[in-house]
Structure formats: structure tokens, C-alpha cells
Design a binder for this molecule. Structure first.
Ligand code: COA
Length: 203
């Protein structure tokens, strides 16, 4: 499968929004999907930090949004909204030393073919090129509830040691991110019981 990773353009907005519905199906709350004005704001506010993956015919098959935050903000390890300031990058800190990943989505029909890895290579390259301290994010753990584990910390530890597989956290660990812990009440997410794994990559 051939695909290209490139910076998002205004004409990609409809494709990115349509992809959200495929990539985050129920029980994920559709109210949390990007609206067109959110993507428009991402491209306007931080154009060098928004990427899409397009197939050979130009269809958007993946997207990832990013912002910049300071060391102080990063160290709070706060929930999504407080960290990024809102869905239109309201809290961006343009001189921040941390590239922070808001989301990554790959079309289910194009998964496990390296699209997610390519987005991460673009993120890491941005960190290197701009001499930032790190890439950071917090990752859903959608296999938590169905795993039967009673504690999110134990579940995440089992995924880190590869005793368990999580369809979202496992790929991100394969990209070389280090797990620093678990954030409670990160965002409404029934499958993760609102938990997220805090992840970091340093060049
Ligand atoms: C997570 C996601 C971005 C991964 O994208 P992808 O393009 O399918 O991943 P890749 O092809 O780059 O796979 C990377 C590695 O993870 C592994 N992997 C991917 N999906 C996996 C799964 N469901 N279970 C176990 N391993 C998996 C691959 O085998 C690959 O390993 P390798 O490099 O050692 O061969 C994609 O599944 C997705 O969009 N999920 C839904 C949206 C979402 O939850 N986003 C995260 C928000 S925090």
C-alpha cells in the first residue's frame, strides 16, 4: 500500500473530519470528534505541526494533530483539556520545548501498514529539527475494561512488559515511546475508564 505523509492543508479538512467517525467509533463520544473549525484552527495556529496521510488517489487515510507546550505545562501531567487549552489549540505555547500530540487516527482499512509509524517519524523529526526537549502525549487504553484488570496501573504495566496487548498503547510503545505512568480523568473515554498512559520520547 502506498501512502504519503504531508502537512495538512485546508482542503483536507473534510477528509480529516470524516476519518474521526471511522477511527473513534462508539462507545467513544462523537461530541469529542474534531469539527471542521477545530482542524481549520490547528492549521492556522500551528501549520507545521499538523499532518495527514493520503493514499495514491489523494484520500485522507490518517491524520495527527499536535501543539506546543512549555516544560511547566508538561510537568503538570494534567488532563487533555487543561494541557492543550481546548480543541482549537487555545493553550499553545509557541516557545514551548515539548511537541504534544493531541491525536492520531488511521483509517481502519489501512491499519498495520506503517501509517502510524510514519506519523511518529514526522513527530520525532520535528522535535529533532526544532531542538525541542521531547515529544509527549497521553494515550487511550481501550483494552483496559475488557482486560478484567482492576487497576489501570497494572494494566498499563502488563502492556509495557508485553504480557498484554492494547490496540492503541501497544503500537505507540513500538514506536519507542517510554511510559511514565497513568493519568486519571484524562478525557471521557468509556473503554479506558477515562484513564490514559503518559508517554514521552526524547531525542
Ligand atoms: C493506534 C493507531 C494510530 C496505529 O496505527 P497503525 O498505522 O495501524 O500502526 P502501525 O502500522 O504503524 O503499527 C505499528 C506497530 O504496532 C503494531 N500494532 C498495530 N496495531 C496493533 C494492534 N491492534 N495490536 C497489536 N499490535 C499492533 C504493529 O504490528 C506494528 O508493529 P511493528 O512495527 O513492530 O511491526 C491506529 O490503530 C488508530 O488509528 N487507532 C484508533 C485511533 C486511536 O485510538 N488513536 C490514538 C489516540 S491516543
Amino acid at each position: 500500500m502506498s501512502f504519503q505523509i504531508r502537512l495538512a492543508q485546508m482542503e483536507d479538512i473534510a477528509g480529516v473530519v470524516a476519518l474521526q467517525q471511522k477511527a473513534f467509533p462508539p462507545p467513544f463520544d462523537p461530541e469529542l470528534h474534531w469539527d471542521p473549525e477545530h482542524i481549520e484552527a490547528h492549521i492556522r495556529v500551528f501549520p507545521l505541526g499538523q499532518w495527514v496521510a493520503v493514499s495514491h488517489d489523494g484520500t485522507v487515510i490518517g491524520s495527527c494533530s499536535n501543539t506546543l507546550i512549555s516544560e511547566e505545562r508538561w510537568n503538570l501531567h494534567a488532563p487533555w483539556y487543561r494541557t492543550v487549552g481546548g480543541p482549537s489549540l487555545e493553550g499553545i505555547e509557541l516557545n514551548g520545548n515539548t511537541l504534544y500530540g493531541l491525536d492520531i487516527s488511521v483509517d481502519p482499512d489501512f491499519r498495520r501498514q506503517g501509517v502510524g509509524r510514519s506519523f511518529y517519524e514526522a513527530r520525532f523529526e520535528y522535535v529533532r529539527t526544532h531542538q525541542l526537549t521531547r515529544y509527549g502525549t497521553a494515550c487511550r487504553i481501550p483494552g483496559f475494561v475488557e482486560s478484567g484488570e482492576t487497576s489501570a496501573e497494572n494494566y498499563v504495566q502488563n502492556v509495557v512488559t508485553a504480557e498484554m496487548t492494547d490496540r492503541t498503547l501497544t503500537p505507540l510503545l513500538r514506536y519507542g515511546l517510554t511510559c511514565l505512568g497513568v493519568i486519571e480523568n484524562y478525557m471521557p473515554d468509556p473503554e479506558s475508564l477515562n484513564h490514559a498512559a503518559l508517554l514521552e520520547w526524547k531525542p
